[in-house]
Design a protein around this ligand. Structure first.
Ligand code: SF4
Ligand code: SF4
Length: 392
């Protein structure tokens, strides 16, 4: 099977400084320069020849890459499904230029408390994220929230789900993975993710949570298909092997007469030899870096394959619901279904709570009780240690 996904790192620069991420501050990343759009477009053509279907433009903060609209436009014209996860802090500035170019637009958010957000990410960005999601919806995009649950932040996930329900977006909820010495969720945490997965607008990848509970990749019987399924390209035009997070090899991509040799390089004996070893290196033991496992679970058919299919079906259902709600104005979302005592709290500093769209008085009275609960929750959240999570 040819690789399906490209993780295209456009830049390692980022305007956030998340406590759990070293991408923008890693000494070897700092001098790395971005590549001109023409070179990236030649690589996209090579990815097309390889049979890649999805290009995830990532970073760093991918919106820092100035020529992003040019590159996205080329990717769309070549027929790729495009995906971007971003912080939302730069999106309001670029939204118009990006309109219609991103099929899967995700904003990362793991709390509804602006102070906890700043503490975790080193930037006052919470209000910008909310603004970005609203702008994206106004422009006809179908954005999602991507929320990474850590042992510290998992208690805030129900509030994030509530926010997603208010905003009418889907939240993709996943456990933190093992990188940069992050603390992982224990069985209880995964059980909590499964409880949260019952709520409307929530998607959890059950294949991944099962894999997590099973102890991740086992080098004696590897499940990782990082090289087979995913092409990883660095901002300075190298193919990274075997994956971004643990790459120990950077192969310079060559360009001649407007043609990239990325496809030939991937098919070379050397890369194919490494491909045969994917998931078997010492650093692969217990790996849960989910960026590579969604595609790794696409074959062979086993329990992870089946759970992955089930998760994709849920994602499709939620996105279709979001589409219908956007187009028709119908309200199909059951607010935090199944637990009436935990109905959504009010969200401080949420533009949706502005007076012109406030709910009728009859609905506002219970809201006051929720606001009191939220105040307590936010206070507890700010007293907790800051979260550790995965990229973006
Ligand atoms: S198991 Fe993890 S560390 Fe090893 S190649 Fe796969 S994704 Fe990379
Ligand atoms: S996790 Fe994402 S947003 Fe945070 S510092 Fe790293 S690249 Fe930037």
């Amino acid at each position: 099977m040819p690789p399906l996904l490209a993780n295209y790192y456009l830049t390692y620069k980022c305007n956030s400084r998340c406590m759990y991420c070293d991408i923008p501050i890693k000494p070897e990343n700092i001098p790395i320069k971005e590549t001109a759009p023409e070179i990236i477009i030649e690589n996209l053509a090579a990815l097309k020849r390889l049979g890649v279907k999805v290009v995830d433009f990532t970073g760093g903060e991918p919106l820092i890459y100035k020529q992003l609209p040019v590159v996205l436009k080329a990717a769309k014209e070549m027929g790729f499904y495009t995906s971007i996860a971003n912080t939302g802090t730069l999106y309001p500035l670029k939204a118009k230029q990006l309109q219609g170019l991103i099929d899967d637009l995700k904003f990362s958010l793991s709390t509804i408390d602006p102070q906890a957000y700043s503490k975790e990410r080193g930037i006052n960005g919470f209000n910008k994220v909310i603004e970005s999601i609203k702008i994206a919806k106004e422009l006809g995009e179908r954005p999602s929230i991507i929320a990474t649950a850590t042992p510290e932040s998992i208690a805030q996930m129900e509030d994030v789900i509530g926010l997603a329900q208010e905003l009418g977006v889907v939240v993709l909820l996943g456990p933190v993975f093992d990188y940069c010495g992050n603390d992982l969720l224990k069985d209880e945490g995964i059980k909590e993710l499964h409880r949260l997965a019952e709520f409307d607008n929530v998607c959890v990848n059950w294949a991944f949570t099962e894999f997590y509970l099973d102890g991740g990749n086992q080098i004696a019987k590897p499940r990782c298909r990082a090289i087979s399924s995913t092409i990883v390209i660095s901002p300075d035009d190298h193919l990274l092997l075997p994956c971004y997070h643990m790459h120990d090899e950077r192969l310079k991509i060559k360009h001649e007469n407007g043609r990239s040799n990325l496809d030939e390089m991937w098919r070379s004996m050397h890369v194919q030899e490494r491909r045969k070893q994917e998931g078997t290196w010492d650093f692969c033991q217990g790996c849960t870096i989910w960026c590579y496992f969604e595609t790794s679970f696409l074959w062979p058919p086993d329990k992870y394959f089946l759970l992955n299919v089930k998760s994709k079906a849920r994602w499709a259902k939620e996105k279709i619901k979001q589409y219908i709600e956007c187009k028709s104005g119908l309200k199909l979302t059951r607010k935090l279904a199944g637990d009436r005592d935990k109905i959504l709290t009010a969200i401080s500093a949420n533009p949706l709570n502005q007076p012109q769209i406030q709910k009728p008085a009859a609905e506002r009275q219970p809201q006051e009780q929720k606001e009191q609960q939220h105040g307590l929750a936010a206070q507890q959240a700010s007293e907790r240690e800051p979260a550790k999570s995965s990229r973006n």
